[in-house]
Design a protein around this ligand. Structure first.
Ligand code: HEM
Length: 218
C-alpha cells in the first residue's frame, strides 16, 4: 500500500476507534447505534484530520523541507478524501437528524435552538465551499482555470475550515466547559476537532506572517 494510503487508513481507524471507545464502550451507547450514529462521529473526526493534514504539509516543509517536501504531492489526495468523508458525514447526519439522536440541538418546542441552528448553518455552508474547492482540484477542471484564479478558489478552503470550527464550537462549547461529565475523562470529538483546526490555521498564519522567500510556493 502506498504510504499516503497507510497514513489515511491509520487516521480513519484511530478516529473510528476513539468514537467507539468513548461512546459505545465507556459511555455505554447501545451497539445498535454503531452503524450510523457512532460511525458518523468517527467519520466527522477523520474528515477534519485529513483536511488538516492536507493544509499543514505545505507549511511544514518550511520547518523541515527534507521530511515534508516529498509529501507535497499528497495534499490533493488527503484533501479530497477528507471532503468525501465530510460529505458522507453530512448525509448521515441529515438521515438521523432528530431530537431523539441529538437532544442537545433542540429546544423544548421541538425546534432547533439558536446554537443548533447556527452550528448547522456553518456545517452546510462549509460543505458547499469544500465542494467548489474539491471540484476545482480535479485535474481536468484545474487545467481549465488560470493559476491565479485556481489558487484563489483553493484558499476558500480555509474559510470553509473556519466555518467547520464554528460548526463544532456552537454545537459543543457547553459540553467542553464541563470536563467532569466527559466519559472516562476523554475529550469530546468536537473539542478535538476544534484543537486540530486551530493548530492548522495557526501554522498557516505563521507561514503567511513570516514569509520565507527562498522556500517553494505552497
Ligand atoms: C451538510 C453539512 C453538515 C451537517 C448537516 C452536519 C451535521 C452535524 C451533526 C448533526 C453533528 C452532531 C453529531 C453528533 O454529535 O453525533 C455534527 C458534528 C460534527 N461535524 Fe458536522 N455537519 C456538516 C458538515 C460538516 C463538515 C463539512 C465537517 C468537517 C469537515 C463537519 C465536522 C463535524 C465534526 C468534527 C463534528 C463533531 C462530532 C462529535 O462531536 O461527535 N461537519 N455535524
Amino acid at each position: 500500500m502506498a504510504r499516503k494510503s497507510v497514513v489515511a487508513t491509520t487516521l480513519i481507524a484511530v478516529a473510528l476507534i476513539y468514537a467507539v471507545f468513548r461512546y459505545n464502550i465507556v459511555r455505554g451507547v447501545p451497539w445498535e447505534q454503531l452503524p450510523l450514529y457512532i460511525t458518523n462521529k468517527g467519520i466527522a473526526l477523520s474528515a477534519v484530520l485529513l483536511i488538516a493534514l492536507s493544509y499543514v504539509i505545505g507549511p511544514l516543509t518550511r520547518f523541515s523541507p527534507k521530511t515534508f517536501s516529498p509529501w507535497l504531492t499528497t495534499r490533493k489526495y488527503f484533501g479530497l478524501l477528507g471532503f468525501g468523508l465530510a460529505a458522507i458525514h453530512g448525509i448521515i447526519s441529515l438521515l438521523i437528524f432528530d431530537p431523539s439522536y441529538y437532544p442537545r440541538f433542540f429546544g423544548e418546542n421541538g425546534k432547533l435552538d439558536f446554537n443548533g441552528e447556527l452550528s448547522m448553518l456553518f456545517g452546510v455552508i462549509s460543505i458547499i465551499i469544500f465542494s467548489v474547492v474539491s471540484i476545482s482540484s480535479l485535474n481536468t477542471i484545474e487545467k481549465t482555470i488560470e493559476k491565479k484564479e485556481w489558487l484563489k478558489i483553493q484558499r476558500m478552503g480555509y474559510l470553509a475550515f473556519i466555518l467547520v470550527m464554528l460548526h463544532v464550537v456552537f454545537m459543543g462549547y457547553r459540553g467542553w466547559l464541563q470536563p467532569q461529565d466527559w466519559p472516562g475523562g476523554l475529550l469530546p470529538i468536537s473539542l478535538i476537532s476544534f484543537i486540530f483546526i486551530v493548530l492548522t490555521l495557526l501554522l498557516r498564519t505563521i507561514v503567511i506572517v513570516f514569509p520565507n522567500n527562498s522556500s517553494p510556493k505552497h
